[in-house]
Design a protein around this ligand. Structure first.
Ligand code: PHE
Length: 451
């Protein structure tokens, strides 16, 4: 029997819901550290180019696939072509890899919130505060567990509606705060060097790693190549303008990432000098740099506390959408009740998240390819699986269901302005680039080439 599917109310409802999933730690935590590490301006430029070309095409595709079939990933691919059923499954693997470590970082954010609320700003601004914290065996695991529990409880008892309402207030505040903090950051002595580093592309730093990192970030930040946007699309009304919605989501997502970079990178120059070492801090960058900014600010404790509260919120809205996806995958697949599915996912998240958390301390000997477990999971999902899923999706749409089918879906409400561009992108440019990137990623991981 055809199931009646709920849909988002109004145009804005869809855009805000999709943006709530898209805007999260990817923008605030992941983007700035990658930009700092991969050459600043050149990374930003590559990211922007990819976002308007590649990201645009892929997001249109996924949302249209969902809206056309009214099904989520597994069903959507299968409904259009039985042979591509596996692609639905493959895209479902990605959130299983991302969610556990996402929650570990969520736990770090929670910790920083408590640090600021209890007025320990100057401690947090010390150089080794963060490292001391994540290498402990107890505290990070406890914060991770609280964070996971919070998310699963929301998914279990379905208070998403409340969360959605709250995020409509919190998100605009978050934007205002990032602007405010970015301005403060840029006013610090020495920060202008950082602004330059972030905004002026240095073409000599351009290489395949930059492109790979930017592309992985694009998937991650826009919640692409993991079936999530297909599900969101399946709830979208036929009357809503698809192309315009995609542009709005992209603008929102990229805008916040850009501001996050402007908030963090100049501060790295002001407080730690722009050395390779300071810029290459990786996942810890936000947690090391921002406390220094807040420490030097009047009322920094309050500003910091509010800021981390907002980050926590943005992270929660994203991880709830991730957890929700996992729960619906297992309950659809095995026919379990929501309660049982939530319990199983909770156990899964805890079982995988604890080793990830301990991977920075007592279990640091587990280091596949010389990476921390967190970096390893991040690499497998963003640099390997997502390009594979994206490549197969392009092949599927370009050559099996044909770009025309997607264009028709988009044109249900108004002309598709970039349809020629879209077709060329999905049939030729995107698949070729993806294969190149993928080969490169694997060679790099195997140590065949080093950059
Ligand atoms: N896009 C989210 C972020 O930037 C992460 C995410 C991925 C959330 C997939 C939901 C689904 O943080």
């Amino acid at each position: 029997m055809e199931q009646q599917r709920g849909s988002f109310t109004g145009k804005l409802g869809f855009v805000l819901a999709a943006a709530g999933s898209a805007v999260g730690l990817g923008n605030l935590w992941r983007f700035p550290y990658l930009a700092a590490k991969y050459g600043g301006g050149i990374f930003l430029l590559v990211y922007l180019i990819l976002a308007v070309s590649f990201g645009f095409a892929l997001m249109i595709t996924e949302i249209a696939l969902g809206r056309k079939t009214r099904l989520s990933a597994i069903g959507a691919y299968e409904a259009l072509n039985r042979k591509f059923r596996f692609l639905g499954y493959l895209s479902c693997v990605v959130p299983f890899i991302i969610t556990p470590y996402y929650c570990v970082i969520g736990g770090w954010v929670l910790k920083y919130l408590t640090v600021f609320v209890t007025n320990q700003v100057s401690e947090a601004a010390a150089d080794d505060f963060f490292t001391n914290f994540i290498t402990q065996p107890g505290a990070p695991v406890v914060f991770f567990l609280i964070y996971v529990l919070l998310g699963v409880v929301v998914v279990r008892f379905g208070v998403e509606k409340g969360i959605e309402k709250a995020s409509r207030i919190m998100m605009p505040i978050l934007i205002v705060m990032t602007v405010f903090i970015a301005i403060f950051s840029m006013m610090q002595p020495g920060a202008m060097e950082g602004v330059k580093y972030y905004l002026m592309p240095d073409f000599s730093r351009f290489n395949a790693t930059t492109v790979l990192a930017a592309m992985g970030q694009l998937f991650y930040s826009m919640s692409l190549a993991m079936g999530i946007m297909i599900t969101y699309g399946s709830y979208m009304k036929k009357e809503a303008n698809l192309e315009q919605s995609v542009r709005q989501i992209e603008l929102f997502d990229t805008g916040i990432a850009f501001m996050a970079g402007l908030m963090i990178i100049p501060a790295v120059f002001a407080f730690s000098g722009g050395s390779e070492e300071a810029l290459g801090k990786g996942p810890s960058l936000m947690f090391i740099t921002l406390p220094k900014v807040f420490d030097s600010m009047k009322f920094g404790t309050v500003v910091g506390a509010v800021f981390f509260l907002l980050v926590l919120f943005a992270a929660l809205t994203s991880s709830i959408s991730l957890t929700e996806t996992l729960v619906s995958i297992v309950s659809d697949k095995f026919g379990w009740t929501r309660k049982k599915s939530c319990a199983v996912i909770l156990i899964f998240l805890v079982a995988v998240g604890i080793p990830v958390s301990l991977g920075f301390g007592v279990w640091s000997f587990i280091a596949p390819f010389g990476m921390s477990l967190l970096d390893f999971f991040d690499f497998i999902s963003n640099s390997v699986l997502m390009p594979i899923v994206a490549f197969l999706t392009c092949v599927f749409v370009g050559y099996v269901v044909k770009a025309k089918a997607i264009i028709e879906e988009v044109e249900i409400n108004g002309a598709f302005k970039f349809k020629k561009f879209y077709t060329v992108m999905i049939k030729y440019i995107a698949p070729v680039c993806l294969v190149a990137i993928l080969i490169f990623a694997i060679m790099e991981a195997m140590g065949v080439i080093t950059v």
